[in-house]
Every structure is written in C-alpha cells, then in structure tokens.
Write a protein that binds this ligand. Structure first.
Ligand code: GLN
Ligand code: ZN
Length: 751
C-alpha cells in the first residue's frame, strides 16, 4: 500500500489584497514602526498557515515567507553581505532592506530573474564575505508555526548548489570551494531543525533542471553525501521544478529521503518510466501547475498521477504543486467583475490547494469519495472550452514571415520619407505619469468623471508634451502613453479574448506586484486600439510621432496563458492580432511603429537545448506582427533587462529597422556584443539611466555617445534615454532631455 500525502511547496507572500506590500511600503515611508511591520506580517503568515491546514494539506511549508526575496534571505542569514553594506549590523532588518534597495552611498544589489519566471531575486555577492550563520530562519519559522498553530511545518531552504550558482563575485572554478564553505552552515541549519523535531525539510535545487556539467553534478553528489553523513533525524526532500531533471539517474541515487519532480513542465514521467525510481524514496509529484491560474482538469491529473504511481512503485507519494505558489495570486473568491465562465475556469493558490486535496483523497480513498469535485472541474472546463475565450482551431500562422526588402534598401526609402538628421534623437515611449495622471485615471475607473472628460484629459497631456518635445527639438516624438497603466494590461483590456482581474496580483520584485492579464487561448483584434491617440498626437506636429505597441512575446510572457494550446501557437495568435494593429497604424499614415519586446528572453526554458526553438518562435512571432508593412515604414523595437551575448542572433533576426536597448545596467557588455557581431541596422544604446531622478551632465552624455560611436557607425546610431520615462517627474525629465539633445547636436558637428 502506498501512503499518499498532500503538500504545498510555498504560499504567496503578498496577502489577498496585497496587505504585505502595503505594510512593507508603509514601513519604508516611516508610517509604521518595525514592531508593527513584524506583527502585521506575522498575522499574514499565520493566516496562510491556517488556510493550508484547513484545506487539509498534510505537509505545509514554512520559512517560505520573505520581507523581500528568499535568495536575499538566504544570503543575509549566512552573513553574505556586499562589502558596501558591511559596516551595518548584519542581523538588522534595515541592513536587509538597504541591500535590496540601496542607500545614499551604496547602490542596491543587482536583481535578476528567477529562472524563467517574472519573479526577480537579489543576486548574492560572494566577494569579500565571511560566511557564518547569523540566523537560522528555517528554525525560527518552524518554531513559530509549531508554537502558534501546532503545525509541524516543512521548512523551505534554497539549496547550496542553487544558491552559489545564482550568486556572483567568484570565478567559475571556485564553485566547489564556495559550496564547501557554506556546507557546514547548511548542516547546522538542518541539524538544529532535526533537533527541534522537524519531520521534513524541503531543499530547493532548481538548478537540477539546468544543464549542469559533469563537475557540477559531482559537486551536487558530494553535497548531499556530506549532509547525509553529518545530519541525522530529518527527512530531506530535494525539490526540483520548472523542467525535466538533467542527470536524472544520478539525481535519484542521491542520499536524500525524497525527491520532488515537476510533472507539468518538461517530461519527468518519461524518465521514471525509462529509468525507474527508487522504491525507498518518497516521490513528490508536482502535479498542479504552480505557475498558472487556470483550473486543472482533475480527471486528466488523476490519470497522470496513476501513471506516475505505476511507474514509481514508491512507499510514499506526495501530491503537490509543480512549484511554489508564489507565482500565482492568492484567491479568486474576491473577483466580482469577471465573466462567470472565466472565473469558473480559474484556480489561484487557495483553489489549487483544494485541487491537491481532492486528488490526494481520490488516490487515497477512491475517486467515488470526491466525485462531485471531479464533476465540477469537468463542467467548468467544458464551459470554458465551449466559450468564445477558447479557440480550438487557431488561425494558421506563416512560419517564415519576413520583410520584402533587405534592410539597406528599406533604410534608403525610409530616410527619403522621414528625412531625419544624423544621430536622430527620440525617447522610448512613455512620459511622466504624474500624480494628476494617475488620479484622473482612478476617477475615471470609479466613474467619477465621464469617458469624455478622461479622453480630454489624456489629450491635454499629449498636447502639452508634443509642445515640450518640439521645444526640446527632439526628432522623433512620442504621444506619451498617458492612457496606459501597464504596457501589457492595456492590450489585455483591448484585445478580445483576454480577461483582467481586480486582485490577481503576483510578486514581481520586492514589494512590486504585477497583475498579468488572463488569456484562455483565443485572441482577436476587433478594432484599432492605439490609432486614435497616435493620430491625435501626429495632428499637432510636423515631426514624426511613433506608433507604440507591446510585442507578442512580451504579451505572452507577462500574461497567464491557458495551457490548452501550445505556447508558441498562442504567441502566433497574439502576433497576428498585433499585425492588424500595425497595419491599421500604417494605414492611418503612421510612418514609424515601435513594437516593444522587453521580455523577449523571459520565457527561455531552463534546458539550453530548447533555446533555439524558443528563439525561432519568438523571432517569427515578432516578424508575423511587423513584416507586412511597406518598406518605407520604419519598425522600431525596444528591450531592457536582457543579457545580450546569448541572444544576439535572435535580436538580429527580428530585423527591426531600429532597436533601442537599455545599457546603463549592463556595464559595457552590450556595446561589446554589437561590436563583435558587426551589427548593421540602426541602434540606440540608452545614453542615460532613467531609474533615478538624477539629471545627467553634458560630459557624461557625450562620453556615452562617444563610447558607443567607437564601435557603432555614426550613420547607424540613435540617441535616446535607456527606457520609458513613465516613473520620472516632469522637471527632471525635461532637464535631462534638454542635455541629451544638446549632446546630440554637439556630436553631429564632430562626426
Ligand atoms: N514603451 C514602453 C515605455 O516607454 C517601454 C517600456 C519598457 O522599457 N519596458 O514605457
Ligand atoms: Zn525598457
């Protein structure tokens, strides 16, 4: 007889209505003190624990909570504090927040994406640090759950190999020595947990889904052998997620009590079927998608579980989500404005726990005992499938989209039409969204002002800024995006097929949360979305105004897309819808159209072998959306937060006439990439960082332009800020752009 248990891997931190965010930001502002912050967040933790217990989850995670990020938690607990913050008390909360957010004389630690998700972690800096155990967080939270709620929780810990792999400030060949330096600290953490009576501990090693080298997998083996020798009395579940486990045969032999595998992403089932699974180990079966909000088909999941059970004849099987539920909102219960069919088809964190419990019961006591839950799942899914939100037969998309003429020929025609000066100046799209802009939008949402009043207000902002841009003597103007809160949600609201939630927030980085639109599969363009705003802006000036759209890859990566259709297929559908918008803009006389793709590489699979297919699909989708314009229509794109070396080919493949890229945070690496590859198309490498209110000096701007022009041809280069200006104030924006245009004019004389 197999013992069947249910488990969770991590619960969202932010609270049903982002109470966590509000408390932390209130603390930063000085509106509440530390004691109050600690108390409020403790209440949120206890509430989450209670919910999980009431839902009947057998193995409940603890220490999944964080005040900012769990990788930063791990670093600080081990005294891994960047040198510039080492004069502070390592155990103080203020130190922790300083590392995350920066302070007067010390820049914040770098932040980057957590594997292929939209969650960002703080990159640990190992250089100049002396690891020691500052706090056993896992123990602390284990005891809290035990004392307050009598829950024997399962502490969640970032594993040593994943931690060091995600860190920076060391040479590649120092991986082993750093892991070994941390190993005794891990052992201490685990032994203290065992001594306190903890039954389970979840050690997350998502790097096991990446392409570890022979040397690296040996390091993994050594780590878990050492831990097995030195730590007694606790059952370690080695948790993997997001991908098929690489080196599977060696991973399953590691001396741990259990292994957690993702059965939603990648193909771990085939591995079990082929190579088996040790019967004396616990298998954590990640069966419910921890990263998507769509309801599970319980019938299908039950079959899958049966297959897993059959392939792995284990004594104990744990039914769990595929990953932490950190990546989904808390509960759908609060949604009142959603279409019933869509709402019925959803499952946020709390609903996923119900699904886990239902499946566990079905496996344990027979399906009959929970037949109503199964029926409800089938009915809701059928209703969604039969609705206009789902598309079972998507429009066929060309797989070889490309522009008619080569770039050199297009450039000639575009220049004839646009007649731009050497080193043209422009901005990335959005202009300052002042308090007034936000206030007015809220009023309109609450119906306190009429549609007409709102449109008029947006127009007046555009008008004001067209004048400002003309006075600044910028060459290519923008309308300012005043009508948009978010570059993806805006299109989610306008394209048919998307649904938007009221409370569907997920943590993106620190206290910042995003609310991804939902896409069930069928996306359609009904009527022009952006044409009116651009036409209006263009009517006010003789200079060209850029059309401004968000690209298909970014819309896909920043939405919750149903798994019923293959992702690439949905991406193509979004692209075909955007193509209609691009053509509508062109038809309205818009000569320059920018299609932003800041999230181009965000969905990259953990397994590098899958990268070429990912990039091919991304490039083709971009081309589907943009390649059918006339040669004289100039296509721009913009990217940020990217590491470019590896994706150069894809960028080139987009065949955009002009690309602008955020440069300030990538430390010259970018310029190098474009130099070594001899990039031929037009390019604007941001000449100043827009993430701070600081106005750049003329010297700085000139230096940045000069540096770029050492490698990039003057005929190719555009002068623009790093990114959109939406988060900046008006006066500093105007002052900075004034300097930028001045620098451009000086450069024109020189070259
Ligand atoms: N056009 C967008 C803006 O200016 C681009 C945003 C981005 O860089 N991610 O806000
Ligand atoms: Zn950007």
């Amino acid at each position: 007889m197999t013992t069947i248990l249910s488990a969770n891997l991590g619960y969202p931190r932010i609270g049903e209505k982002r109470e966590w965010k509000k408390a932390i930001e209130a603390f930063w502002k000085g509106d509440i003190n530390e004691a109050s912050l600690l108390n409020q967040t403790k209440q949120l933790r206890l509430k989450a624990l209670k919910k999980q217990k009431e839902q009947g989850i057998d193995v409940i995670p603890v220490a999944d909570f964080s005040f900012y990020d769990h990788v930063l938690d791990t670093a600080v607990a081990f005294n891994i504090i960047p040198k510039r913050f080492q004069h502070h008390d390592p155990s103080a909360l203020s130190t922790y927040f300083a590392i995350a957010r920066g302070e007067k004389d010390a820049v914040a630690a770098e932040m980057t994406k957590w594997f292929n998700t939209n969650y960002h972690y703080i990159v640990p800096e190992l250089k100049d640090t002396e690891p020691k155990l500052i706090e056993n967080r896992a123990l602390h939270y284990y005891q809290e759950a035990k004392q307050e709620l009598d829950i024997d929780g399962k502490p969640v810990i970032v594993g040593p190999v994943t931690f060091v792999k995600l860190a920076k400030g060391y040479q590649e060949d120092e991986l082993e020595s750093w892991v070994n330096k941390l190993l005794p600290l891990y052992e201490q953490v685990l032994q203290e947990l065992a001594d306190a009576g903890a039954t389970w501990v979840q050690v997350d090693e998502p790097v096991l889904g990446t392409n570890l080298s022979e040397k690296e997998i040996e390091i993994v083996e050594n780590v878990y052998q050492t831990i097995a020798q030195n730590v007694n009395g606790i059952q370690i579940i080695l948790q993997t997620y997001f991908e098929t486990v690489q080196h599977y045969e060696r991973v399953i032999q590691l001396p741990v009590s259990g292994i957690g595998l993702d059965f939603v992403h990648g193909d771990n089932l085939s591995l079990i079927q082929k190579f088996g699974f040790p019967t004396d180990k616990v298998l954590g079966a990640g069966i419910i998608n921890g990263r998507n909000v769509w309801r599970a088909d319980l019938e299908e999941k039950y079959q899958l579980l049966e297959e897993v059970k059959q392939a792995a004849a284990v004594d104990t099987l744990i039914v769990q989500p595929s990953s932490s539920l950190l990546h989904v909102p808390v509960t759908k219960q609060l949604e009142e404005k959603l279409d019933d069919v869509v709402k019925g088809g959803l499952s946020f964190a709390d609903e996923k726990l119900t699904e886990l419990h239902t499946l566990t019961t079905a496996l344990r006591d027979g399906k009959e005992t929970v037949k109503e839950a199964f029926l409800a799942s089938t009915e809701a899914i059928d209703a969604l499938n039969q609705s206009e939100y789902r598309n079972q037969t998507p429009e066929a998309a060309r797989q070889d989209a490309k522009r008619d003429l080569p770039f050199a020929e297009r450039k000639k025609r575009q220049q004839e039409k646009l007649n731009l000066p050497l080193l043209p100046t422009t901005t990335i799209g959005s202009l300052p969204q002042t308090a007034e802009v936000k206030r007015t939008r809220t009023k309109w949402r609450k119906a306190e002002i009429t549609n007409e009043q709102y449109v008029q207000f947006v127009e007046s902002e555009t008008k004001k800024w067209i004048q400002i841009q003309e006075d600044l003597d910028l060459d290519v103007l923008v309308h300012g995006e005043f009508e948009r809160t978010d570059m993806v949600e805006y299109f989610g609201e306008k394209l048919k097929g998307f649904a938007v939630t009221e409370f569907g927030w997920v943590q993106s980085y620190g206290s910042r949360c995003v609310k991804p639109p939902l896409l069930a599969g069928n996306v359609e363009w009904e009527k022009p979305i952006t044409v009116k705003e651009i036409e209006y802006a263009q009517s006010l000036t003789d200079k060209p105004v850029k059309g401004m759209l968000t690209g298909p890859v970014t819309i896909l990566n920043w939405s919750f897309v149903h798994e019923g259709l293959p992702r690439f297929n949905v991406q193509d559908q979004i692209a075909l819808a955007l193509e209609k918008e691009v053509l509508a803009l062109e038809k309205a006389g818009v000569g320059i159209i920018q299609v932003d793709e800041p999230a181009l590489r965000e969905g990259l699979p953990l397994d590098r072998l899958k990268w070429p297919a990912y990039f091919d699909a991304a490039v083709n989708a971009f081309l589907l959306a943009t390649s059918t314009v006339k040669p004289e229509t100039q296509i721009h794109t913009h990217m940020c937060y990217s590491e470019f070396g590896e994706i150069y080919e894809a960028i080139d493949g987009l065949d955009a006439d002009v690309i602008s890229i955020e440069t300030s945070r990538s430390h010259g690496e970018m310029v190098e990439t474009f130099e070594t590859n001899d990039y031929k198309k037009d390019i604007g490498l941001g000449v100043y960082d827009i993430h701070s209110p600081r106005v750049p000096t003329l010297d700085e701007l000139e230096a940045n332009i000069k540096r770029a022009l050492e490698t990039i041809d003057v005929e190719q280069f555009w002068i623009n800020p790093d990114c959109g200006l939406k988060t900046r104030q008006e006066p500093e924006t105007i002052a900075a752009l004034e300097k930028m245009v001045e620098a451009a004019k000086l450069a024109r004389k020189e070259y």
